[in-house]
Write a protein that binds this ligand. Sequence first.
Ligand code: PRT
Ligand code: ZN
Length: 278
Amino acid sequence: MKDDKRLFIAMQKSGRLTDKTIELLNKCGLDLEPGKRELIFSSKKFPVDIMLVRDDDIPEYVYDGVCDLGVVGLNVLEETVLRQNGSMEPGIPVIRKLNYGYCRLSLAIPEKENYDGPQYFNNKSIATSYPKLLKKFLEQNKIKAKIIELKGSVEIAPALDIADCICDLVSTGSTLKANNLKEAVTILESQSVVIQCPKLDIKEKLDLVNRLLTRLDGVIKADQTKYIMMNANKNSLEKIKSLLPGMGNPSIMNLANSKDGIAIHAVCRENIFWETIE
Ligand code: PRT
Ligand code: ZN
């Protein structure tokens, strides 16, 4: 797979980030159609090859230069770098945040407990799949607690008396609720990110990285905006503009056969658009 004229990108083989990552890259003009069996496949429309792996292996593949880029959750990246105990310093550059795969690594405690600040965790046992990030948080807050490392199903540890509380990823919070737990404090905000091999120095590849990033930026920006068209009375224009602060500079056209009618075309930030329409 060593080809200086193609980018080699690692991404999750099957999991929460897989479909969104393929979808995003295809919106950037790639034509990725992962088969059921291949672990490596190519885009014909853009010089990119994809390697499908477990998300936990992505930071190391990218750090070692097996792949040029990787798409992974910030949570996995940060935990892996800490786990390598300084040997990955100065780290693996995050070159884009991708606006999906949002979650947070949080400490959660039994619903009936009172949370009065990080000192709550003194002398507690905490189950987690993120022991390094948790250890860092505990040290920063001068808390002495016992870390119990579990590979999965962390949320059932308190009910099984394996631990007093947990430190796990949360997105909607429904898993915590279903297990009679509540979020106490967030220690990391995460989303899907693009990471780059720190040693990447081949000009052709760096040029491809820049081209891909330009496309990614366009797609991400387009996802966050709407093109709106409306007809209105000329006298309402200023009021409409003040209601749509994300509208930027609209194009205004006179309507045919109408004295006061205008057409307004504008690009609008999507969240502002929906809030305003409501
Ligand atoms: O097999 P592989 O090792 O590749 O996959 P994996 O099982 O380790 O990871 P996967 O596919 O579950 O998640 C991949 C990435 O998605 C994570 O590393 C995060 O960056 C991101 N992500 C976003 C999440 C969640 N949201 C999420 N909610 N990862 C896990 N969860 C789990 C969480 O662990 C908990 O069990 O969902 C549950 C909580 O969800 P809510 O909605 O009930 O709060
Ligand atoms: Zn994993």
